[in-house]
Design a protein around this ligand. Sequence first.
Ligand SMILES: Nc1ncnc2c1ncn2[C@@H]1O[C@H](COP(=O)(O)OP(=O)(O)OP(=O)(O)O)[C@@H](O)[C@H]1O
Ligand SMILES: CC(=O)N[C@H]1[C@@H]2OC[C@@H](O2)[C@@H](O)[C@@H]1O[C@H](C)C(=O)O
Length: 364
Amino acid sequence: MSAKNKATPIWVAGCMSGTSLDGVDVALLHTDGETIFDFGDSYFRAYSKSEQALLRSQLGLWAASEAAVELIETAHSEALSQVQGFEMVGFHGQTFAHDPQGLGTYQAGDGGVLAQITGKPVVWDFRSNDVKMGGQGAPLAPFFHHACARYIKATEPVVFLNLGGVGNLTWVDPLIENPADTGALLAFDTGPANAPINDLMQTRLGKSYDENGDLAATGQVDAALLGQFMRHSYFLKMPPKSLDRNDFHDVLAQVAHLNDADAAATLTAMAAASVAQGMEHCPRPPARVLVCGGGSKNATLMAMIAAGVDCPVVPIETVGLDGDMLEAQAFAYLAMRVTRGLPTSCPTTTGVAAAIGGGRVSRG
Ligand SMILES: Nc1ncnc2c1ncn2[C@@H]1O[C@H](COP(=O)(O)OP(=O)(O)OP(=O)(O)O)[C@@H](O)[C@H]1O
Ligand SMILES: CC(=O)N[C@H]1[C@@H]2OC[C@@H](O2)[C@@H](O)[C@@H]1O[C@H](C)C(=O)O
């Protein structure tokens, strides 16, 4: 990247409330928007069961209720109050609906309100400009993944695999200095990851998720259903491509006749098979797959993914990064890029015609 437009690194607090609806992650990052200089404190503010139910009731809506928006803003300000020493905030908000080729993309929560509460500049609304310019608006973490690959001094292509509610994969060539340059990145959503498993656990057992994949480990995968799932048109699309949390919601109906363990095993196998299929798009084989997001703690899912991929699949902690906070850190990094007018997406990450930035800045 050009040396002529250098900036002084600052501490930025990135906030993410992801599609699994488990809570708000806040993480501090010391960055100039190009290089990661240091990682700082982080905090997780969980949503209570009733808060989760409120958020769940808003999925698919293009205008969330006042109560839901207030919950998102309050939860974020509570989370931010637990970390100190930041000069700016990157606020993703809560995605309730995502239809980039149709109605657009909707992240609830007003950055202006958070700016008032924190007294700091808040960068927010990261996705809508990309969608407006013809992109998918997601995934946006890939530019940060590129910075992470350089931070860990990777010398060979590497894949970052996020297993959140939805799965997303970024292939990075760390030897290309500028993430927006041709050949540096390829990124896309792989398919459903934890969302259907969580929904199954919630509706059948009143639990938030399948701890460690223990239930799935005791079940049998329904091979016919898995085969049917992999014939979904999403898997025929070439990347970049992105998903709404509930795009694959019908898989729950498909496993309705299976017992709990077989249903969990089959949904877990679907998540793993989507990753294996996604890996076929890698421009060159990566040296390894670094897994982040809560799904990295699901041993059954991790084993199924490893069985379907030709290179080592390891938790991102193996290289010293924090898989629980990577997305929050990503929005700290992207916030800094926004304030510097640097791009946050490019044709190979969101399908936008040319590398562009986005985001809005609200001042406290
Ligand atoms: N110990 C565990 N065992 C199994 N699964 C787990 C465990 N811990 C977390 N998870 C899963 O990971 C999910 C949280 O993942 P994460 O925080 O990465 O998602 P997110 O950021 O909300 O989603 P997205 O990346 O799609 O926005 C939980 O809802 C659960 O499904
Ligand atoms: C529209 C939206 O919020 N998408 C999320 C979701 O969660 C995972 C996957 O789907 C990814 O595309 C994205 O989040 C990450 C942080 C991203 O933009 O990189």
